[in-house]
Design a protein around this ligand. Structure first.
Ligand code: IMP
Length: 443
């Protein structure tokens, strides 16, 4: 049995969706274990582009069960929209999907709370959330009394409780400045019609995914865990407070899915060949000059979920090494190598200058991290189009040197190199992760 995780090692948007889609046919089950519709995973198949926010990226493959596990926060309206739009394109989503009854629901009041609190700043800077209600929903999960879970859709007692929560939320929202139309959107009648529609459309696939996943492990099936966001946005281990509200590094896999570490033997850490970040927070290698804009234009670095321009910068090996270590990465997958083909000179950050002292570890404190100036190593660009390269040996020499240095600095071998958005634009190196060969035909 193989349990393999795909984890972002930067601040999200590392093109994990492409990788999960590519690896899915080798696995029986694909599992989303944290985050919610703040994620935006793009899957390209020939001239078809699929943008997924909540559905696991294995959903396009027959014979793959896709699980939304307890650690995910689900906005049912977004999920239903995604299911219907894939159905219209011929994908039988409900046949392939299971939703944990333990997962929590993002309710309309969470999105209103996110909108209102998003304007607040921490240390003079706003977190710049995706406004998808993620933080408020996780806050209610931890607080328990106002939480709503998928299982509440299945029983009358659960629904009655939702009205009690709605009553309390309306009082709270008027206090924090919600508009009249926002308050109307959480009236009892609005909530009643939402609950009915969600129950009708989702209840057939809500169940105990934890039992299902544990049984799958014991039956020697192969599981692929799909991380959302990236390790540097992890609530406990990221660049707090400029983080998301879940454990988005490798440490979140077991808590979010219910599958203990003993079943997981490969962790693929995904990074771009450069760095990006959306929203606020320190970003030592950020380029606010023309080079940053060129990376953004060539890499089409605009958010899948919010359309916001992403901040762009050079590869930060200090940050990537930290993320790889806390995530337990066994392999690296280096994405968007094709984007760097257009630059005369490339840089990799190998240390930080913090108040005149050279440090090789990421400070845990956002105030200190903001003061860090990158210490760079310079590389000549390869200036050759690599979009059609399919074998490691055919990569330009300078591209191989660039990859080799990243391996050394991060301390993990590069097993996969991506040279374009399509599934075929992928190079499996001599260090590639092992893929399960004997895939059973049915689960
Ligand atoms: P939230 O997850 O919407 O609360 O946003 C918290 C921070 O995480 C903000 O800086 C967002 O821009 C960032 N973030 C959340 N999800 C993603 C993602 O999927 N990719 C990149 N950044 C994200």
């Amino acid at each position: 049995m193989t349990g393999c995780c795909v984890i972002g090692l930067q601040w999200g948007d590392e093109a994990k969706g492409k990788l999960v889609d590519l690896l899915s046919p080798y696995y029986d089950v694909v599992v989303r274990f944290q985050g919610g519709a703040n994620a935006g995973h793009t899957v390209v198949d020939g001239n078809q582009v699929y943008k997924l926010h909540l559905l696991p990226s294995g959903i396009l493959h027959e014979n793959v069960v896709n699980v939304i596990a307890p650690g995910v926060v689900i906005n049912p309206a977004t999920l239903i929209g995604e299911i219907n739009s894939l159905k219209d394109r011929g994908v039988p989503v409900l046949k392939r999907l299971r939703i944990s009854e333990r997962s929590h629901l993002v309710m309309p009041w969470h999105i209103i709370e996110d909108r209102i609190t998003n304007s607040k700043s921490v240390n003079g800077e706003s977190i710049g959330t995706t406004n998808r209600g993620i933080g408020p929903c996780y806050r209610d999960k931890v607080g328990r009394v106002n939480a709503v879970r998928a299982s509440d859709l299945l029983v009358l007692e659960g629904q009655d409780r939702v009205y009690e929560v709605a009553h309390e939320k309306r009082q709270f929202l008027s206090l924090i400045g919600a508009t009249q139309s926002e308050l109307l959107s959480v009236s009892d009648s609005s909530i009643a019609s939402l609950l009915e529609s969600w129950r009708n459309q989702l209840s057939s696939v809500i169940g105990d995914t934890t039992e299902f996943l544990l049984d799958s492990c014991e039956r020697n099936l192969n599981l692929l865990f799909e991380g959302a966001q990236g390790a540097l946005l992890d609530i406990d281990h990221g660049t707090f407070p400029f983080v998301t509200s879940s454990n988005s590094s490798g440490v979140g896999v077991s808590s979010g899915s219910g599958v203990p570490g003993r079943w997981i033997n490969q962790i693929i850490g995904v990074c771009k060949a450069y760095s990006t970040r959306v929203g606020g927070g320190p970003f030592p290698t950020e380029l606010t000059c023309d080079t940053g804009s060129r990376i953004r234009e060539i890499g089409k670095e605009f958010g899948t979920t919010t359309g916001r321009p992403r901040r762009c910068g050079w590869f930060d090996a200090v940050a990537a090494r930290y993320s790889a270590r806390i995530s337990g990465a066994t392999h690296l997958s280096l994405m968007m190598m094709d984007v760097l083909s257009y630059f005369d000179e490339l840089k990799i950050c190998v240390a930080y200058d913090l108040d005149g002292k050279i440090v090789k570890q990421m400070p845990s404190n956002a105030v200190e991290l903001r003061k860090c100036k990158p210490v760079y190593e310079l590389f000549e660009g390869w200036k050759e189009n690599v979009e059609n390269t399919r074998r490691e040996c055919d990569l330009p020499r300078r591209a191989k040197e660039y990859i080799g240095r990243i391996e050394e600095l991060v301390g993990v071998p590069v097993g996969i190199v991506s040279v374009g958005p399509d599934r075929r634009q992928t190079i499996f190196t001599s260090n590639s992760p092992s893929l399960p060969k004997n895939k059973p035909t049915s689960v």
